[in-house]
Design a protein around this ligand. Sequence first.
Ligand code: ATP
Ligand code: MG
Length: 639
Amino acid sequence: MTLTYAIGSTNNVEATDVVVGPLEDAARNANLTDYESVYRRSIEDPQGFWAEAAQALHWFEPFHTVLDESNAPFYKWFVGGKTNMAYNALDRHVQTWRKNKVALIWESEDGIVRTYTYWQLYRDVNKFANVLKSLGVRKGDRVAIYTGRCPEQAIAMLACARIGAVHTVVYGGLSTEALRSRIEDAHAKVLVVADGSLLNGKIVKLKEIADQAVDHAPSIETCVVIKRTGHDVDIRNGRDYWWHELMSLPIASARCESEPLDAEDPFFIIYTSGSTGKPKGVVHTLGGYMVDVYTTLKYVLDFKEEDTLFCTSDAGWIVGHSIVLYGPLMHGITTLMYEGAPAYPYPDRWWHLIERHGVTLMFTAPTGVRGLMRYGDAWPKRRDLSTLRLLACAGEPLNPEAWRWFYEVIGQRRCPVIDNWWQTETSRPMISNFASLPMKPGSCAFPVPGVALDIVDEQGQSVPPGVEGALVITRPWPSMLRTIYGDDQRYIDQYWSRYPGKYLTGDAAKRDADGYMWIIGRTDDVIKVSGYRLGTAEVESALVSHPAVAEAAVIGLPHPVRGNAIHAFVLLRAGYSPSEELANELKAHVGKVMGPIAKPETISFPPTLPKTRSGKIMRRVLRAQALGEPLGDLSTMEG
Ligand code: ATP
Ligand code: MG
């Protein structure tokens, strides 16, 4: 096993020697031991691959066509099949010994722990499905869900799935206007809302925010209010009902047959993070999502019967749908949901959760890793992390230095780090490394079985290894978005027009000589300095490789001579303070790691970086601020 890191230079194609692993135990026991042959089969015979994959799940009626391409890019998968997500996530298990296995562990920020077995979850989902029916919710109706992370959030989602209602989960804490516009966009009929949720020891007053939104959202007929924090809230007569009261009425019987739904029935609407502009209302349908998420996670997260998964995301984002809820439940494993902030009351909260609940798989985002790395090694070292066997990370490029910390301090060199690339639109990881393969810090490795992709130049021609280009997906996949809600034209324009027949991801990438994929940033963020194109990820990783730096964001601003110049925004690690001397040192450091062309023109030390609530750096906001331009859509920005 090689343990050398060329931190900061690992985005160069030459850096193929920076290889870690594979880790023997993880590789030997992996679900995917022969990546190459499984991948090859999925590409040579995609229909056969997916038809076979679909057999792992329950269908009320079999599909007659795996893929219908007749109206591309409006692809249809598993045509003619009838199925149900709640059935596959719950009923399938309660018919087996898993009936009383723990499905969901919830821990609140103030330390309450609640667990649900598959049977208990099944009963509550049935009950709430009956409640929704009694409120007039029918197949195809939209239900908005605006809560913190709590079991009722999961129950409400699964209850919608059971009766064929389309859920749209809005991240708890987005503003009144963000909630209102999503309700309006989706024409939601019912809103499931919590009174509040805890974050950093304070109550986020969700019901209060929702009241203002619903006042201007006439499609909402009923609000179902979950009592979580217990503070006083306004209950409007005839519109608002308490969850616990509805659930104790006779109409909330614990039997509700799951509706056989068409594979192509809409399953949910979810909005993108808004890193690059106004969030898009992405529509996912049932059958393709179900089969694809099930299959992909078996390989990428290497699910085993005895696993307990802690995914730090929220159902307000796609990761919360696929990794916190539907993926693990379809597989019959235990999922841990944590309500609050990662550093509350102390920066070891996540590590404490792992210790307390014996977590085996952890899934988080680079913002979480970098954020906790700032506090140093002592916090995780106080906790027993020996149950962990695999670490996964997605959402932004994982800088090699953050990778190293995650791998060495959290995973204690025992756990593969699964850097995986995906989007709200894809529903599931599309590029990933696997427990059985060697890792390269900073690279998200290889296309997942079933994913045909390419890196292309302006003309749409494939580029050779080492050359950067636009990342495209060249074939439809089952869990792809079907459209943007109510805006088919935007769907075509946004994803299918730039390179006809190919799905445009909007990300720039390159492949190294070993076939490893490196995401180098958003295409729009690539900075052109004196004719050279520089990805944000490379420059930011070079900055993060300096011991003083915890996080960095870079943007390009017009420069009279060089076309553009790089401007960097840096958050320091504990124990360092801003100074001109340090700024000069960092400039020199980047120059040394990447070459003089990448040397930032300015370095500033703001107290925070503008991020989406899902933790992604919003470079467009930094750019607009610097240029004195309007800031654009800020509905998902961290408050
Ligand atoms: P919007 O589309 O509204 O601008 P967004 O693209 O941030 O927001 P998401 O769908 O949440 O919304 O994020 C997907 C993006 O996140 C990808 O296009 C990519 O830029 C980035 N990303 C996700 N995973 C990784 C990863 N492992 N490495 C690098 N980048 C990643
Ligand atoms: Mg996007």
